[in-house]
Ligand binder design. Structure first.
Ligand code: PMP
Length: 428
């Protein structure tokens, strides 16, 4: 019977794709159960409606005098304001529209001041682990508790010489374990040692409120397609100074204020100072509009309702998996750690790729298998060697050997109970 708390859980938000059916190997068809929100979440119906309402009218931004061009410019700049509000931005913060979290972090990496050191845990998604080419990078070992993470960062920052600019990059919620990281404490540690911090909120923002002011982070990055706005937009928001002082991420029209020929035959460029400096070319207005629409929809629904519903679904999945012999849920911080709706596991005697394929073929359930673009972390969680080589979708473990990859089930605001109930039945 449903507990009192469960009875208060609200219905899922309407999303696209609810009428998609898929064939089963056993015959017949079934409604597709998308349990791979951590990779890409379906569009909220509301986001789609907003996109569709604007689609006939889009035009190029910042350039035209025509009506549609002005409409698009207003929409784009309103989207920026909506996102700034959603992220609790401070006065003077900038919201730059990018393609994705990966793009946002690469933009920040390209804007690091000279001599900047970067500190990053080895447990990060590759989007946070890899963009810092050219900088001096300190990779911190996987912590086993949130406190250990803060201590490790404190120690690394206290020990660094010389004391130049430094940036910490940390995830808010792991795309492998779903576990929440102690962002506020890590930010305090960074700032106490004169470093800055960027939050990879790709997995956090769809599930929890993210305020740069409350968390006291310098930047935040997230992707529209994980926030129910799958139209090719991402965001980097935060301090303007490093962005203003950096060379434009992309060089071209829109980023340049004036361009003139010099007497010696060369070209002089004066770049914009604001967000446009890093948004050269014609921006993805529809994508930005969609992100803003999703931000509004999530705010209106209320994160407390989203969190309550997700907790209810996490409970169902974890209870179901706990009853399956040989299942091990992957966790860095332990079973009781607060988490979002992202759960990775291995099943003894099963190759994870075959397990995921069977869920799809026999039950119409879409999950992910592999190393989830966090190879060092998944290897650590599987009890293997973080220095091992190997690709996503790793090969089969020999009988008696450890699994080399895992299954990940993930869900969110649009997930009906039936999807996770079917998953639980399928794994039983
Ligand atoms: N960070 C985390 C924690 C992620 O889960 C992902 C996507 N799996 C990314 C960054 C990269 O996001 P995108 O592929 O949208 O750039």
């Amino acid at each position: 019977t449903a507990s009192g708390a469960d009875r208060c859980v609200r219905a899922p938000l309407p999303v696209l794709g609810r009428d998609v059916t898929v064939p089963l190997v056993t015959g017949g068809e079934v409604a597709y159960a998308a349990l791979d929100y951590a990779a890409s979440a379906p569009a909220l119906q509301r986001v789609w409606d907003d996109v569709a309402a604007y689609a006939p009218y889009y035009g190029s931004v910042h350039r035209g005098a025509g009506y549609l061009s002005q409409l698009s410019t207003d929409l784009f700049e309103n989207a920026r304001r909506t996102v700034a509000e959603f992220l609790g931005c401070r006065d003077g913060d900038q919201v730059v529209f990018t393609r994705s979290t990966t793009d946002s972090l690469n933009l920040l990496a390209a804007a690091l001041p000279a001599g900047c050191e970067v500190l990053v845990f080895e447990t990060e998604h590759h989007a946070s682990l890899l963009p810092w080419r050219g900088a001096r990078v300190t990779y911190l070992d996987a912590p086993r508790t949130p406190d250990e993470a803060v201590d490790a960062l404190e120690r690394a920052l206290a020990g660094r010489e010389p004391h130049g600019p430094a940036l910490v990059c940390v995830t808010g919620a792991s795309n492998v374990t779903g576990e929440l990281w102690p962002v506020r404490e890590l930010a305090a540690a960074a700032h106490a040692h004169g470093a800055r911090i960027v939050l990879d909120a790709a997995q956090l923002a769809p599930h929890h409120p993210v305020s740069v002011t409350d968390l006291d982070v310098d930047w935040v990055a997230f992707s529209g397609h994980k926030l129910y706005a799958p139209f090719g937009s991402g965001v980097l928001a935060g301090r303007a100074d490093w962005l203003r002082e950096a060379e434009p991420y992309l060089a071209g029209g829109g980023a340049s204020r004036t361009v003139s020929r010099r007497a010696d035959g060369g070209v002089d460029v004066e770049w914009h100072d604001g967000a446009a400096r890093h948004e050269a070319g014609s921006p993805n207005v529809i994508g930005a509009h969609a992100v803003a629409s999703a931000c509004k929809a999530l705010t209106e629904e209320g994160f407390e309702n989203l969190v309550a519903r997700e907790r209810h679904l996490i409970g169902k999945v974890r209870t179901g998996l706990a009853a399956v012999p040989g299942v091990r849920i992957l966790s860095l911080f332990g079973d009781d750690a607060p988490r979002v709706g992202v759960i990775s596991f291995v099943v003894e005697g099963w190759n994870s790729s075959h397990f995921a394929a069977a869920l799809s073929a026999e039950y119409g359930i879409g999950v992910r298998d592999g190393l989830f673009c966090a190879h060092p972390l998944v290897r650590i969680l599987l009890g293997g060697d973080p220095q091992a080589q190997g690709e996503c979708g790793a090969p089969e473990a020999a009988p008696g050997e450890k699994s080399l990859n895992a299954v990940r089930v993930s869900f969110g605001a649009g997930t009906p109970d039936e999807h996770v109930e079917r998953f639980v039945r399928a794994t039983a």
